[in-house]
Design a protein around this ligand. Structure first.
Ligand code: F6P
Length: 342
């Protein structure tokens, strides 16, 4: 049995743990593992590497992906899907494990529909893949963001300033909400709950009048301002999956707060820094369990599934149920967080 494995989309801490587990379990079963480099690009270009456990054992400590990654979309490359199918055969693969977020998994689902033996593993710091309570990298990103917000709190306190921290997460507010709550932020603004600039300015004024000298506001990069069209973007470019580059709302909001309240306000956008570094133990362990489960599905001959964490158990869910939807923060969860925004 020959299994291919690839990582697609943004890198995330914990990917190496999943790859390592796939290789370890495969060797136990006497299977060979072919690493496909740079996501779907590697399948189109036949850019591969043979993986052996003894060579990658220590990758468990490291963030990023030892297989490299890209946002290549075979559906956007002329003849790309056919080429992917042909190359699957050329490589002599019996199965392919695709580790990625909604974009990578949408290609995985399409190739599975086309008859290839595919298994998916959910990965994204954004945590927006449906049908799973875990996505590789989210926990590490939340912990990184939490620490950065705490660092900023020290300087905000010392200078009696308002700080606006912009946190990645695309069109879902998971990282901003979790890290902001964990760090004790005063206000967290997420895409799921559009806000008005006036309300935020009034919030700051109220806090200052109440005697609070430093205020920590966390804003998700995709947060929406009422009466403004769409999220704030870096430029007009889109990637092969049609995503715009988000960013800039933190700086914009800080300026507006300063103008409306006169309170000294600074912004900080940690950007990609929350996406790197050693994975947390949780990211290492659950990624390992997902990698093992993916190979077990291959052994059972059960294809077209994503391995998922639900209520503490690893279970397969059909890829067709996962794609085309975004898992966002629920009203109920945001209402609970709002207890701290008073
Ligand atoms: O999907 C993960 C993510 O880090 C998002 O939070 C962010 O909007 C995007 O990727 C950034 O993409 P890139 O690494 O291509 O700049």
């Amino acid at each position: 049995m020959r299994i291919g494995v690839l990582t697609g989309g943004g890198d995330a801490p914990g990917l190496n743990s999943a790859i390592r587990a796939i290789v370890k379990r495969s060797e136990e079963y006497g299977y060979e593992v072919v690493g496909i480099r740079y996501g779907w690009a590697g399948l189109l270009n036949l850019d591969t590497v043979n993986l052996r456990y003894q060579d990658i054992k220590w990758s468990i400590h490291r963030g990023g992906t030892l297989l490299k990654t890209s946002r290549t979309n075979p559906k956007k490359t002329p003849g790309g899907m056919d080429k992917a199918r042909r190359n699957f055969e050329k490589l002599g693969l019996d199965a392919l494990i695709a580790i990625g977020g909604d974009d990578t998994l949408s290609v995985a689902a399409a190739l599975s529909e086309a008859g290839l033996n595919i298994i998916g593993i959910p990965k994204t710091i954004d945590h927006d893949v449906p049908e799973t309570e875990f996505t590789i990298g989210f926990d590490t990103a939340v912990n990184m963001a939490m620490r950065l917000i705490e660092n900023l709190q020290d300087t905000a306190d010392s200078h009696s300033r308002v700080f606006v921290v912009e946190i990645m997460g695309r069109h879902a507010g998971w990282i901003a909400l979790y890290s902001g709550l964990a760090a004790g932020a005063d206000l967290i603004l997420i895409p799921e709950e559009p806000f008005s600039l006036k309300e935020v300015a009034e919030f700051v004024k109220r806090k200052v009048e109440g005697g609070q000298r430093s205020i920590m506001i966390v804003v998700a990069e995709g947060a929406l301002i009422k009466d403004y069209e769409g999220p704030i973007t870096k430029d007009t470019s889109v990637d092969e999956f049609g995503h715009v580059r988000l960013g800039g709302i933190g700086e914009f909001l800080a300026k507006k707060i300063n103008e409306a309240t006169g309170v000294e306000t600074r912004s900080c956008a940690p950007g990609h820094t929350i996406r790197g570094g050693p994975p947390t133990a949780l990211d290492r362990i659950v990624s390992t369990r997902l990698g093992i489960a993916a190979v077990d599905l291959v052994k059972e001959g059960k294809f077209g599934y994503m391995v998922s964490l639900k209520a503490g158990r690893i279970i397969p869910v059909p890829l067709s149920k996962v794609i085309g939807r975004t898992k966002t923060v629920s009203k109920e969860l945001y209402e609970a967080a709002k207890v701290f925004f008073k």
